[in-house]
Design a protein around this ligand. Sequence first.
Ligand code: NAD
Length: 499
Amino acid sequence: MTSSIYAETDWHARACRLRPDGRAFIAGERQALGASFAKHSPLDGRLLGQVARCGSAEVELAVRSARQAFDDARWARQAPAQRKVVLQRFAALVLEAREELALLECLDMGKPLRNALQVDVPASARCLAWYGEAIDKVYGEVAPTGVDALALITREAMGVIGCVVPWNYPLIMACWKLGPALAAGNSVVLKPSEKSPFSALRLAELALQAGLPAGVLNVLPGYGHEAGEALALHPEVDAIGFTGSTRVGRCMLEYAGRSNLKRVYNELGGKSAFLVFDDHADPAAAARAAAASLFFNQGESCNAPSRVLVQDSVADAFTEQLVEAARGFRAENGLDWGAPMGALVDEAQLKSVESYVGAGLQEGARLRLGGQRCHAESGGSYMQATVFDQVDNRMRIAREEIFGPVISVLRFKTEAEAIAIANDSPYGLQAAVWSHNINRAHRVARALRAGTVHVNQYDEDDITVPFGGVKQSGNGRDKSLHALDKYTELKTTWIQIDA
Ligand code: NAD
């Protein structure tokens, strides 16, 4: 369908006809529901369906199924070229199901349907296809040893990977784990967030349809302290690929310590700094970019540029432009085509964002736009685009991850001060430098402690580049060929050669 046909589609009617299936997916099939919880949509509070409340019993079944699939090598021993065919078919099926998946994403966690259709689903499919395409082009090494031996360095699949993912980009986060983990030949037990379980469950059905052998991918919905904890503690899980909050990332490290020292790859929170210098020729472009990146996905993005640091001499003009750009991000029902922002994921998230707005006001920041919930009569969890000025880096709104549509403007005088403020954060996921002085741009990019630094843009992103942070933003990298390292073990094989 073209974009104009999408624009004319009655997505509200389509949403009413959808019947999301919340049953767990284990050993290649849906399981009887058992204990469950009701899942409501943040768009308007409607009931979406019952979702399996998996616990240690279901984790045991799923891990056993994944282990058996790995041990009998029904997937791991398939030639890389064969795994590629299956992953590419999987990606094609995801694209075929794009409307259903996008609706599930929108209803489940509140994002605009248009973004889900045009960004989340294609990016997820591209990720699966990319790792499929890559896997038969990855070579091992021969070490430069003496002549009487041959030392081969190869990478082997690890075994069973537990993937625990958040709700903000449910499909993309799942595929960033599934792409490399499955391509490398592992089995996976995936636990989506209890706030967004439906699209991951549907993915498992599509994977089976694409030819992924039963048992290789299992999906367990449920709560973090139940299904998530049991999975991360399980002795037969070889690694955890986690994306979520820094608080739960700590738990993951503890679980590994208390169980089998499984590898833990943490992709955690952020408080990304966006530095605007007065030598940038087009501060309005910088303001538009900051607003577009922050308010995309209602501000529920780990890499949202939530701290905008602006040089004093241009700060007033810049802030006016930022407020103007932010006005365009109205929160609307995500099923309305063209909604600039949707609903926050639930009432708890909305309350948390409201409490940060209160903290900002109390600590003396100047509210320039928004700050209120909106459309309360709809039964949904909507929040206005919010801009604070005169923010100090010691305030809570500058130090803690808000994960909502709130952007803060901080001011600086010198380059050294800007770098010091940017780096004065427990997080180090992303950062940006806006400057037309090439020396400064390089100098500052080098000095910023972040996994990714953008220069004079913020929205470039591609599966070919690693994504991850430093400090308390985590220790792993999703995407790119580097992600394959997380789900493989290096093996050295020494072979004696009689000369
Ligand atoms: P969260 O940490 O609350 O939950 C993430 C996942 O962990 C969910 O599946 C949840 O059920 C599970 N979980 C929760 N408590 C658990 C426990 N005690 N034991 C085991 N599992 C548990 O995070 P969230 O609210 O779902 O997501 C938002 C966070 O994710 C933000 O901090 C955001 O920055 C981060 N995030 C990071 C990246 C990245 O790539 N660095 C990407 C997206 C989101």
